[in-house]
Design a protein around this ligand. Structure first.
Ligand code: C5P
Length: 291
């Protein structure tokens, strides 16, 4: 997490993520699904601004649609840190929201982890990365990922994270179709089909180290696409619209609603991004994993 001091406030950049691979390998007794996924942070950021405040926690957000109540993950992160560190200080916290919500881009989780890292600095708690990673894992299924490296293999609910260093520089064009998809609804409708052969993630270990963007693009996979496309047929249409462009591959991110296409060159991504904007199928973001 990048933390800067700007005019007496701490500014923490909270990146979005995309899933390059997502397979569901089982259902657990706690109701969650057992995943194998590859996630990557990309250069689309929310920003969390933090400044000292005597006692109270004051939370505001640039997006009025977001609840700023105790259910918000940012506030849950603050409460968790107060409880664990026994620091009883206040904070004035402002969230600049740029990552679309309900998009499968991990914005809420990333904001929460940015808050943990920022407050650790502001309140001079002194937790190391490992301690912050463990706290992050308590907040959600993909929060631990945001407390670790830029690309990672994740297992369990998503919280068992093995970071991986990749030299493959990718450019992504993300399309947010303008509506949210609820992760819990998607998982509720997902049925494990025992007749289907599970996709193997091990290919990614090599591809991320020494593969080409073309090879990576050909291996993109998300088991949730089928159920999400059944629930939201317009998303399947958007994926078909993306297939008309010269992407190396296209995929739904997480449980949606965002879709993305992958490019080798920034100029290609920018050009496709311009043409997609003209189609009015949603908000378009051109981003990279190289930041
Ligand atoms: O943990 P998180 O808040 O991201 O999950 C949202 C919902 O998605 C959970 O309440 C659960 O219904 C579903 N989920 C799941 N298996 C996972 C992750 C999420 O069933 N591995």
């Amino acid at each position: 997490m990048k933390i800067r001091e700007v005019q007496g406030r701490l500014k923490v950049a909270a990146p979005a993520k995309i899933n390059l691979f997502l397979e569901i390998v089982g259902k657990r007794s706690d109701g969650y699904h057992e995943l194998v996924t590859v996630m990557q942070k990309v250069s689309l950021f929310d920003y969390v601004f933090l400044e000292d405040n005597a006692e109270e926690v004051l939370f505001t957000c640039s997006n009025s649609k977001l609840s700023v109540g105790e259910d918000n993950l940012v506030l849950r992160a603050i409460r968790l840190l107060q409880k664990e560190s026994k620091v009883d200080k206040g904070v004035k916290i402002y969230l600049e929201k740029n990552i679309p919500m309900g998009a499968g881009l991990g914005g809420g989780s990333s904001d929460a982890v940015a808050t943990l890292f920022g407050l650790n600095r502001l309140w001079r708690i002194g937790y190391n990365e490992e301690q912050l990673l463990s706290l992050a894992g308590e907040l959600g299924s993909d929060t631990a990922f945001f407390a670790s490296g830029n690309t990672a293999f994740c297992k369990g609910r998503g919280e068992i994270v093995s970071p991986c260093v990749t030299k493959v520089k990718c450019y992504y064009v993300i399309v947010y179709p303008g509506f949210e998809v609820s992760t819990s609804v998607v998982y509720k409708y997902f049925k494990i089909d025992l007749t289907k052969k599970l996709k193997d993630v091990s290919l990614f270990a090599r591809l991320l180290v020494s593969g080409s963007v073309e090879e990576l693009g050909a291996c993109l996979f998300n088991r949730l696409e089928e159920v999400v496309f059944r629930l939201y047929p317009e998303l399947e249409k958007t994926k078909k619209a993306l297939a008309q462009f010269s992407f190396c591959g296209t995929l739904l991110s997480g449980s949606g609603s965002a879709l993305y296409g992958i490019c080798r060159k920034e100029s290609d991504a920018k050009e496709i991004g311009r043409r997609l904007k003209a189609l009015n199928i949603g908000d378009v973001f051109v981003v990279t994993n190289d930041f």
